[in-house]
Write a protein that binds this ligand. Sequence first.
Ligand code: HEM
Length: 392
Amino acid sequence: MTLTVDDTPFGFDPMKPGFRDDPYSVYRRQRESDPVHHSAMGIWTLTRHADIEAALRDQKLGHGVGINRAADHLSFLTLNPPDHTRLRGLVSRAFTPKVIRELRPRIQQRVDDLLAPLRGAGEFDLMSAFAYPLPVIVISELIGVPVEDQARFSGWSEEMARGIDPDFMQTPEQLVRRDEAKLEFDNYFRELIAARRGHPADDLLTGLIAAEQDGDKLDEQELLDILALLLVAGHETTVNLIGNGTLALLRNPAQLAFLRDNPDQAPAATEELLRYDSPVQFVSRVALADTEVAGASVLAGEIVSMILGAANRDPDAFPDPDRLDLTRQPGRLVSFGQGIHFCLGAPLARLEGQLALAGLATALPELTLVDDRPVYRDHFILRGVSALTVSA
Ligand code: HEM
């Protein structure tokens, strides 16, 4: 798809060569010159931190007339109250902070196991050797997917994650692959659900099957859509936190050295890396009624897109925003969204990020970047590289 200046959906063209190498200077220009952009396609695009925080909390902005059919299969991510409240409530009961805290030793073990053979290994691709497998192992173990099935699971995740971009930004082949992946995913999980019904286990799937609130159990399609949401939301995002975070550290060796010397500072470091190069760059809503957004009159049915990556680099919220500073006082980063859709997996994502990044810094002290111009995956919503050649 080629876009001209006048018909870009968001005020800039995310398909333009070079955009992914540095979206932040494009965002900065738009935030300074046209922070509440209205495109010829009828899409509003916000780039200021304060506007995006307010819009994410605005109950008149929700989900409805979608710009993406895949979203129909991602459960409560794209539902409004009361359906959102009911389904999110059911999942939160099985996905508690305590469950996440208890995962810590297992995640640490996985990090150590994946990193051990890489020390002194020479050149390798960090994405396929570490950033990609770690989150898939963690989410599969949490849900209860048998180890031998994890490779298939991650293939579906990739197709489904690519599919969350707006439909108009995808080729017909990509849309077909996305829908096929969801069908295969559903078929696989129907069998696993049947097996767990007979033999409950100590996993999230068993918890979800048992989840009941006011006598209201999940039906099977609801359960399948929740599993797809957890997979897509929980896998590719965390892959990109590790990938983008490592790239930023390798480009800022003094910061990497700081983390290596102070691995106990991993929580603040992870917050800063989530801000500096956000794995989720963009979220969107539909106006459920005529409303005012960032001072503009938005009509019911119009789409409001919010560039999280731009908000996280807004100097009004983060002084000297283009500087990576692992000792920065944590601010109000919007990397996990805000309001009722605030990321349900944020505690897990933070924990994985902290253990992965501190693990890398300490277990691979010789880590250096071999290729400083990595190729980005052709996602718009999710931002991450397809490979990262390093040496250790
Ligand atoms: C670094 C990693 C992650 C990032 C940056 C991230 C980011 C986000 C963002 C921005 C949203 C809000 C979307 C919106 O408002 O439209 C969201 C929602 C969500 N995330 Fe995450 N996420 C991450 C990891 C995870 C993990 C590990 C899980 C679960 C295993 C997860 C599960 C969810 C769910 C279920 C929602 C939907 C919440 C709702 O609609 O109420 N995420 N995430």
